[in-house]
Design a protein around this ligand. Structure first.
Ligand code: DQA
Length: 145
């Protein structure tokens, strides 16, 4: 099985970006941890990060036929993007949404996610460990399809 892990805007700045909210680990270190976990689980993972909404839409579209599922932290686009929601629906791939912080305990505008209703589920508030949980969740989901 093969999965695509997508990170949205400003997540390339992890490590120095609001560390009290998002931790001090860089995105590339998080990706290494996900890769190690994927190896242990016997699955393949690829990574994609963009700050540009349309590029993420294209990455989701290209995932069709290549990947078995998607793990996505849409970052700020979670709360704004009908386009990302439609892309997930269009490719008919299972997706798990992940957030480092707990979006439900933060500002009101972060409580709503356009993408979560078209995902298998949402993992939010467990820091970088959330990505490991999200990978396990998508593997488990795909194994039980
Ligand atoms: C985030 C939460 C979003 O509200 C925010 O815009 C982000 C990061 C998280 O991982 O906690 O950029 O997705």
């Amino acid at each position: 099985m093969k999965f695509l892990v997508i990170n949205g805007p400003n997540l390339n700045m992890l490590g120095t970006r609001e560390p009290e909210k998002y931790g001090t680990t860089t995105l590339s270190d998080i990706e290494k941890e996900i890769s190690n976990h994927a190896k242990e689980k016997g699955v393949e993972v690829d990574f994609y990060q963009s700050n540009i909404e349309g590029e993420i839409v294209t990455a989701i579209q290209k995932a069709k036929g290549v990947y078995d599922g998607i793990v996505i932290n849409p970052a700020a686009y979670t709360h704004t993007s009908v386009a990302l929601r439609d892309a997930i629906l269009a490719v008919e791939l299972p997706a798990v949404e992940i957030h480092l912080s707990n979006i439900h305990t933060r500002e009101e505008f972060r409580h709503h996610s356009y993408t979560a209703p078209v995902c298998v589920g949402q993992i939010t508030g467990f820091g970088k460990f959330g990505y490991i949980m999200a990978l396990d969740a998508i593997i488990n989901h795909c194994c039980n399809l």
